[in-house]
Design a protein around this ligand. Structure first.
Ligand code: NDP
Length: 327
């Protein structure tokens, strides 16, 4: 039996295409998932565009996220019909991923979707939104409260940034959204941003310590944006760093950490424990209603993933793509 998937190959040269692949070729695992929805994250765009060495085994079914229902399970933890999401774990990198109609995974990986989410909502949130939840949980666990001051969110129109802004605004935080897309100010305000700031303000080298402005930061950019954000965090505040859309470098000094007690949390969603995943998904389902997600997603089919990946890499995308893998 075959199924449709977005297949990446490197012989004779790199190619990305929708192909019929053999179900028998799926990797080993206890849980077979009939995937209905996936998404396009920044990392997927890098893999589909072949602009970074994301894929480490060939041929590869792309997609770091898979959402659907369990078709069969050799694990007592899952039953046929359970709605589940699988984020990360090397899917779409070293193991076949979610941009296809079937996925087979180890029983440790899927998370049962909390009501009212189904596979569509899980894909709308995706790894980006689940990572945003891990970032927000790091700041809240640090003890930051709305009365402590505003939270800066960088790359705000992106997947992580959009969901972080929504999660924070819903909890009563004042969100300062940093974007390179001035035209998307209304979109960011609809997400709950109190203020929209120009990315240019954070893009150039800055002083090691600057005026204290933010109680916390969710940073998706790295490089000068992360360095400037750290330099402007209030005493004992915290920064959750998850991304590198501006750069992998971190041209900063230790001054904010040793002179203001600022804490820098690194966020890795790929290999987070199941307990952290379940807690992050519970937070998402509690704070973001399906109707809120419908307003920030665009639904596409498998073949449209290739031009959409180019748009993401060009930094032109606002919001999230949901991929209906049956389209
Ligand atoms: P998106 O592509 O959806 O958003 C990234 C945003 O960053 C863009 O919308 C844009 O926002 C801004 N941006 C894009 N290109 C540049 C650039 N060259 N310089 C500065 N800003 C830029 O990506 P995601 O939100 O899905 O991911 C954001 C980052 O987080 C990525 O680096 C991704 O790899 C990382 N990530 C890490 C995870 C982890 O586990 N640590 C998990 C998920 C993502 P705007 O125009 O509003 O400024």
């Amino acid at each position: 039996m075959t199924f449709k998937a977005l297949l990446l190959e490197n012989q004779p040269a790199f190619s990305a295409r929708v192909a019929d692949v053999d179900q028998a070729a799926l990797p080993e695992g206890e849980v077979l998932i009939r995937v209905s929805h996936s998404t396009l994250n920044y990392k997927d765009a890098l893999a589909i565009g072949n602009t970074s060495p994301i894929v480490r085994a060939w041929p590869m079914v792309a997609g770091i996220d898979a959402a659907g229902v369990v078709e069969s399970s050799a694990s007592p933890d899952f039953r046929p019909g359970d709605a589940v999401v699988v984020n990360g774990w090397g899917q779409g990198e070293s193991r076949w991923g979610g941009l296809g109609q079937y996925a087979r995974v180890p029983a440790d990986w899927p998370v049962k979707l909390p009501a009212p989410y189904g596979p569509f909502e899980a894909a709308a949130v995706g790894t980006a939104g689940y990572t945003a939840a891990l970032c927000v949980q790091a700041l809240e666990k640090h003890g930051i409260k709305p009365e402590d001051g505003p939270i800066l969110v960088t790359g705000a129109t992106g997947g992580v940034g959009s969901i972080a802004a929504l999660l924070l605004a819903r909890a009563g935080f004042q969100v300062l959204a940093v974007t390179g897309k001035a035209a998307e100010a209304d979109y960011l305000k609809r997400l709950g941003a109190a203020e929209v700031m120009a990315r240019a303000e954070f893009s150039a080298p800055g002083k090691p310590l600057q005026k204290e402005r933010f109680a916390g930061v969710v940073d998706t950019l790295g490089s000068h944006a992360l360095a400037n954000a750290c330099a402007q965090v209030k005493r004992n505040g915290a920064v959750a760093a998850c991304g590198l859309a501006m750069g992998m470098d971190f041209p900063a000094s230790v001054a904010p950490f040793i002179l203001r007690g600022v804490t820098l949390y690194g966020i890795d969603s790929v290999y987070a424990s199941r307990a952290r995943r379940e807690s992050a998904w519970a937070l998402l389902a509690e704070r973001i209603a399906p109707a809120d997600l419908a307003g920030i997603v665009k639904v596409i089919g498998l073949s449209a993933c290739i031009p959409a990946a180019e748009e993401i890499l060009a930094g032109k995308m606002a919001g999230r793509y949901v991929v209906d893998v049956d389209r």
